[in-house]
Design a protein around this ligand. Structure first.
Ligand SMILES: CC(C)(COP(=O)(O)OP(=O)(O)OC[C@H]1O[C@@H](n2cnc3c(N)ncnc32)[C@H](O)[C@@H]1OP(=O)(O)O)[C@@H](O)C(=O)NCCC(=O)NCCS
Length: 146
């Protein structure tokens, strides 16, 4: 499996996985716009010609927001989510990572916690259907020098 920056030719596959995964998916235009914005980046996980996952990132001031993360159902629990997060952290270059997720999304919460994120707040009724969002945050590692 290879993790690399998303190319314009990946758009149809990324969009298909987005639509399969989320009830309120991003549009073609939203993904296209990320390709033209130096503050945004999407990394994809590819196995040969198959796109098995992706992570969307948006650098805002002094933190990097994870805008979307998905792994194809048949490839889950194989460490791909963690590898995408590691790539995100590398791109963040020392800035903290943050995201919002649905309060009932136990799989994603477990993944983020395993990677070192902590819940630092709640946005009540954040989603269109009224569900709360949890705000999660991962501080950059401080090297103690020891
Ligand atoms: C969340 C998601 C990206 C995880 O991807 P993944 O490739 O399966 O994650 P990994 O294999 O790297 O999981 C790493 C660890 O996270 C935790 N984890 C992942 N999925 C889990 C689940 N369904 N239940 C409990 N813990 C889970 C486990 O600790 C796991 O380690 P383990 O398999 O050794 O127990 C995937 O389930 C997904 O695409 N979900 C739908 C979209 C989504 O919710 N995205 C997040 C929006 S914020």
């Amino acid at each position: 499996m290879k993790i690399r920056q998303m190319l314009p030719s990946d758009l149809p596959k990324v969009l298909a996985l987005e639509r399969r995964t989320f009830s309120d998916p991003w549009s073609f235009g939203s993904f296209l716009a990320t390709l033209a914005n130096s503050q945004e980046r999407i990394f994809v996980a590819a196995m040969g010609s198959e796109l098995v996952g992706y992570i969307g990132l948006w650098r805002m001031f002094d933190s990097v927001h994870i805008t979307n993360l998905a792994v194809k159902e048949e490839y889950r629990r194989q460490g791909i989510g963690l590898r995408l997060l590691a790539e995100a952290e590398k791109w963040a270059g020392g800035f903290p990572l943050t995201l919002e997720l649905r309060a009932n999304n136990t799989a994603a919460k477990a993944l983020y916690e395993k990677f070192g994120f902590v819940v630092c707040g709640v946005r009540p009724g954040y989603y269109k259907d009224g569900e709360d969002a949890l705000i999660m945050w991962k501080e950059l590692k401080v090297d103690s020098g020891n």
